[in-house]
Design a binder for this molecule. Structure first.
Ligand code: ZN
Length: 316
């Protein structure tokens, strides 16, 4: 049996203060906060989802903000860099925008593409890359018109303890296609046109550790619930220990750790973020799954603020 994922479904990271997180991803980068909920396994903390206007698979960056978390260490067994795709011809706009918000960045080239690399306030490594493929976002916010907005993920750089095993899984297990190698990276592509470009670093770096400022896991797309069951069996047949199916309210999920140490998830495209609020309302209020609704008062009392707001730099 062979399987092909369309690409990245979402990437989930651990960060610090939730308002700082919202201010950066919504306020500076202009992503839409598409869902404000809690970590279902730890309802004392938020789970914040950002994406394009619809929160489409391939655009969803999610966060567990832990205000008192120790700083994690980026290293092998993690996603090292999360890449966002912007429209062609907009990198200079983004350069000016990052400068305006005092975000220091570096210009680097990988596989012939110029990228802007920078860190979020909690230390996550991010980059922006121009891509012509991928549907434009229709979301505009603050100083970012829709025609310059981030479309979704360009892809990710994987840091693995066992590059050969990880690359074998990507091609033979996940159905990505190897595109080529340059310097210390081999590039792979999945079939969708967002969240589809995966670079594997060929020289392992020291192991990372969990904490704020690191990616927790990367999730890959399954088309529907039936396809998800087939994926689960497929991954188990490849010899990985894979979890039972978990209902994450906006998708179903299974998790497994690949041999290079990175936590992988397979997530279903349906039902998406309009499951419990309308497309227009998404992200404005705290949404809880039915089994946590009775604890709402207690949960709300323990959460810090996380409001989308136009930042001062965009008000003048
Ligand atoms: Zn996930």
């Amino acid at each position: 049996m062979s399987k092909r994922t369309a690409g990245i479904h979402h990437i989930t990271a651990i960060v610090g203060n939730p308002q700082e997180n919202v201010d950066f991803y919504a306020g500076v980068l202009g992503l839409r906060l598409v869902k404000k909920t809690v970590n279902f396994d730890d309802p004392g903390t938020y789970h914040l989802y950002f994406g394009n206007e619809a929160g489409s698979p391939g655009t969803i960056m999610t966060f567990f903000p832990w205000p008192n978390a120790y700083q994690g260490k980026i290293g092998s067994g993690q996603v090292g860099v999360t890449s966002f795709a912007v429209p062609v011809g907009t990198l200079s706009f983004w350069e000016e925008r990052l400068a305006k918000f005092n975000v220091s960045f570096e210009k680097l080239t990988r596989f012939g593409e110029e990228t802007l690399q920078f860190d979020d306030p909690h230390g996550l490594h991010l980059e922006l890359v121009e891509r012509k493929e991928g549907t434009a976002s229709s979301w505009s916010f603050g100083g970012i018109p829709a025609d310059k907005a981030i479309k979704g993920f360009g892809g990710a750089v994987l840091l693995t303890l066992k590059p050969e095993s990880t690359m074998k899984l990507l091609t033979e297990g996940m159905g990505l296609v190897e595109i080529g190698s340059e310097g210390d990276f081999t590039r792979f592509k999945a079939s969708d046109d967002l969240g589809n470009v995966i670079d594997v670093k060929l020289t392992p770096v020291p192991s990372g550790s969990m904490g704020a400022g690191i990616v927790h896991h990367i999730a890959w797309r399954a088309a529907d619930y039936e396809d998800h069951e087939v994926w689960r069996e497929h991954i188990a047949n490849l010899g990985y220990g894979v979890t039972p199916v978990k209902d994450r309210q906006y998708f179903n999920a299974v998790y497994f750790r690949e041999r290079g140490g990175i936590l992988f998830e397979i997530a279903t495209d349906p039902p998406g973020f309009t499951r419990d609020e309308t497309a227009e309302e998404m992200g404005r209020s705290l949404l809880l799954p039915p089994w946590l609704e009775e604890k709402r008062a207690l949960i709300e009392a323990n959460l810090l603020g996380a409001e989308v707001r136009i930042l001062e730099e965009d008000q003048s």
